[in-house]
Design a binder for this molecule. Sequence first.
Ligand code: BTN
Length: 244
Amino acid sequence: LGRNIVHYPEISSTQKIGHQLALEGAAEGTVIIADQQTEGKGRMGRKWHSAKNEGIWMSIILRPQIIPQLAPQITLMTAVILAKAIETVTEVSPAIKWPNDIFINNRKTAGILTEMQAEQDEIQYIVLGIGINVNQSRDNLPEDIQKIATSIKQESGKQWRLVPLIQEIFIQFEQKYETFLQKGFTDIKEEWEMYGYKIGEQVRISSNKLTYPAKLIGLETDGALKVQKQDGSTESIYSAEILW
Ligand code: BTN
């Protein structure tokens, strides 16, 4: 990873370019990175604020030979990679909020957007989008997200160079992705749990208009969230909303 990098000073979205290049046949491991995005995309149709040189805005093209149903595990793996890289380089303590947001001190610092092109049982390609807020001061984040978002600078009190952090992400990515392709999700699951936000704590689960308290236990082997209800029974959560 990192041998084939396409860099733009400014682009609409590295995801968009990622799809174009993947359709043109770009190799696995191609990285698209931008100093600034004018139309950064978040999950669920949201915008991702991507100001110039204030964070890492990149997309990675992957072509894993796995069934499409396992793709969410790649997103969980990426969350571990980001948490580890951030921790190694900046010495802050990140946590992974299920399924894959990176939190520092209860506010979101990084997000992952996994977009997949698949036909039947085969993945054509994945464009894995990574956005990390690194050097924004509070006022540089849009007002509507100041309460829920943060940057590494805000939490560490220091400005960080982007390149060493990007390099560490590449190093972690090579290791973890290789392990994942060879051995599957097991090792990664354990690491994810070490970083898991509120693991062992009580939250509320909201599903079908019902909300109930439950304790977060960890991940299932397939990446679902394992919780324990008050009657002691456990449940696997795939899509319900967690009221943190
Ligand atoms: C989220 O909503 O948490 C995911 C945010 C993903 C943002 C990154 S920035 C690089 C890549 N290009 C985009 O337009 N989005 C992703």
